[in-house]
Design a protein around this ligand. Structure first.
Ligand code: FES
Length: 91
C-alpha cells in the first residue's frame, strides 16, 4: 500500500472512537464521509478518529473547527458540514 497523499487536506473532522462513543462512531464517520464527498470536500477535509475526548456524557462526540459537538446522529452530518465548511458567514 502506497503512502496517502494529504497534500490537499485543509481541515479535519475529529470523530471520537472511545468506549462510550464507539457504538455510534462508525455510522457517524460514514455519514461525515458521505456528506463531505457530496459537498466536494473529499480531498480537503479529512476524518480523524480520536480516542476518548473526555466528554463521554455527550457521546457520540465529534470536533469540528475546535467546536465540540455531542449527542450526534448520522443525520446531523449534512447540517454540520454545511455550517462549518460551506457557510460564507465567517463569525
Ligand atoms: S468515549 Fe467519546 S468522549 Fe469519551
Amino acid at each position: 500500500m502506497g503512502k496517502k497523499d494529504y497534500s490537499q487536506v485543509q481541515d479535519f473532522v475529529f470523530v471520537c472512537t472511545g468506549d462510550d462513543c464507539k457504538p455510534d462512531s462508525k455510522s457517524l464517520q460514514k455519514a461525515f464521509k458521505d456528506s463531505l464527498e457530496r459537498s466536494g470536500f473529499k480531498k480537503s477535509v479529512k476524518i480523524i478518529k480520536t480516542k476518548c475526548t473526555g466528554r463521554c456524557k455527550e457521546a457520540p462526540v465529534a470536533i469540528i473547527k475546535g467546536e465540540w459537538l455531542g449527542e450526534l446522529r448520522p443525520s446531523d452530518a449534512d447540517r454540520l458540514v454545511r455550517k462549518h465548511f460551506l457557510s460564507t458567514d465567517k463569525q
